[in-house]
Ligand binder design. Structure first.
Ligand SMILES: [Zn+2]
Length: 82
């Protein structure tokens, strides 16, 4: 889960990168940063999961996934979110 501050940081990150994020499906710019973080299992031995911040188009519902490391977010380990 992202804190409201982290959600704000994600929105700010996206707004400072070239253009406002635009939905590739419907073209609107009304996007919402989801509180929940996606966790994908991987086949690697050391890294057991990939985590992605989810940005959802509030018009058509399309999801975009962003790397929290690239955005400078430090998320707690998956095991600690009981
Ligand atoms: Zn859309």
């Amino acid at each position: 889960m992202l804190t409201p501050e982290q959600q704000q940081a994600v929105a700010q990150h996206l707004n400072t990168r070239a253009q406002r994020p635009k939905c590739p499906v419907c073209g609107t710019t009304s996007m919402r940063v989801q509180r929940d973080v996606l966790s994908l299992p991987t086949t690697g031995a050391n890294e057991s999961e990939i985590r992605r911040v989810i940005i959802t188009c509030t018009y058509c519902g399309y999801d975009m996934h962003f790397d929290p490391d690239v955005m400078g977010l430090s998320l707690p380990d998956a095991g600690s979110q009981a």
